[in-house]
Ligand binder design. Structure first.
Ligand code: FAD
Length: 401
């Protein structure tokens, strides 16, 4: 069913999940993603009548939202299955794949915090809450992720969002950036913010924040180039009071918590953007077999065929590194951040290059909105910034060599 997947030894269960996910991606996510991409106003993407909500309902109904936090499944088996699922979902529409995937984000942090009320409210196995990861700030993007750099522990660099201890409560004030994926719609946020400013960003804490807490406001969602089906929006905190039990990790363990989140996030990005690269390659291959120039399908021209073969190779190499890193991360007590970053950078660059070449293979039609590849190109472009600019991530990964 997938044009190029040569994974050996998939179990019947894995094959069944892949087929089911592929059909969901083809029949629901792809058409919904195209419709949402064309909406002028990002507020319409999250309006009550948006196809986003039907996609979310079906995702839950298929049981896919449980997969990430299914503790019964053997970890490497689960990681391989998740990589397959993520590729299929993103093949349909990567913006929606990210939106839906964020239903699995909050649970490990909620369990780390250990508050029974939060667990009961947000970790319903049938319908885990829509989450978001809020770390980027208006004045600090790369700063918040550069955990191996001196600037990370420089107290003269002032954060935009700070939690202060008052009695047995934490009080959060400030702002998280417009880039927070699901920022406008999340039911619960995992907020990475400064607790001990004397340590700079290293003095952070990881909080579980129900988004209906008093003092939280979320203005208009962000309008942007690609991944337009993915809601993003800033979050303001005005004296937001949280009980102590909503703290998942304090500043002593913040750097390790961030490293874990960034590693899994980068590994997830790699798995997803294999799907984007594959979608662009498949469209280009189909088009090349239909479009006639010089009296034959352009696929018959040797140069076009060799360009398609390069795209095929990029998809294969991207999948190989994404799955290898995903299963390794699952088998280890702590993922290797350098491998997770390497996979993210390699795959997102490959997705961008393959989508760009797909436009070239389509010729003039490639830039027309009527055809599918210009959207994939825009979707892929954002990935080289998402979850860390690839340049900044290389610096963090490089420091581990
Ligand atoms: C689609 C998308 C989804 C996102 N989702 C989320 C999310 O869910 N939650 C969240 O909190 N954030 C999210 N982000 C934010 C993302 O993590 C930041 O945009 C990213 O870390 C870069 O920060 P910035 O935009 O402030 O750019 P800056 O950090 O200002 O970087 C600008 C440029 O300077 C370079 N640069 C910066 N610092 C250095 C350095 N020390 N050395 C060398 N070069 C440097 C960068 O490589 C870049 O080219 C998302 C972003 C995108 C595009």
């Amino acid at each position: 069913m997938t044009t190029t997947d040569i994974e050996v030894g998939l179990t019947e269960e894995e094959e069944a999940v892949r087929t089911q996910t592929h059909e969901f991606a083809r029949d629901v996510l792809r058409p919904a993603g195209i419709a949402l991409d064309r909406l002028e106003n990002p507020e319409d993407v999250i309006a009550p009548d948006s196809p986003l909500w039907n996609a979310l309902d079906q995702y839950h109904a298929l049981g896919l939202s449980r997969l990430m936090n299914d503790d019964e499944m053997e970890p490497t088996k689960k990681a391989r299955l998740l990589a397959i699922v993520n590729e299929e979902l993103a093949w349909g529409d990567v913006g929606l794949a990210i939106t839906l995937g964020l239903t699995g984000l909050a649970e490990p942090w909620i369990r780390a915090a250990g508050d029974e009320g939060l667990i009961k409210r947000f970790c319903n196995p049938e319908r885990p809450a829509l989450g978001c990861w809020a770390i980027a700030e208006p004045n600090h993007g790369s700063d918040t992720l550069s955990l191996t750099e001196k600037s990370f522990s420089d107290p003269s660099i002032k954060a935009d969002c700070v939690a202060t201890k008052e009695g047995d409560e934490y009080v959060i004030n400030g702002q998280k950036a417009a880039w927070v994926s699901n920022g406008s719609i999340a039911e619960v946020a995992i907020v990475f913010c400064t607790m001990d400013p004397s340590q700079g960003f290293k003095g952070g804490g990881i909080f579980v924040v129900p988004m209906d807490t008093k003092g939280i406001t979320r203005p208009k969602p962000l309008d942007k180039l690609g991944q337009r089906s993915l809601n993003q929006g800033e979050i303001f905190f005005d004296n937001v009071r949280l009980p102590e039990s909503y703290l998942a990790l304090g500043s002593d363990f913040y750097a390790i918590g961030l490293q874990t989140m960034l590693s899994h996030g980068n590994s997830g990005m790699a798995q997803l953007f294999v799907g984007v690269a594959r979608a662009a390659y498949e469209h280009a291959l189909d088009y090349a077999k239909e479009r006639v120039q010089g009296g034959v399908a352009i696929f018959e021209h040797q140069h076009v065929r060799s360009r398609l073969f390069k795209m095929f190779t990029q998809v294969e190499a991207a999948r190989a590194i994404a799955r290898r890193v995903a299963t390794h991360a699952a088998a280890s007590p702590m993922p290797n951040i350098e491998h997770c970053i390497a996979a993210k950078i390699f795959v997102t660059q490959a997705a961008f290059d393959v989508a760009s070449e797909a436009i070239q293979i389509y010729g003039g039609s490639g830039v027309a909105r009527e055809f599918p590849v210009e959207k994939l190109f825009r979707d892929a472009r954002a990935s080289m910034i998402e979850d860390g600019c690839n340049e900044m991530l290389s610096i963090v990964g490089g420091s581990k060599l």
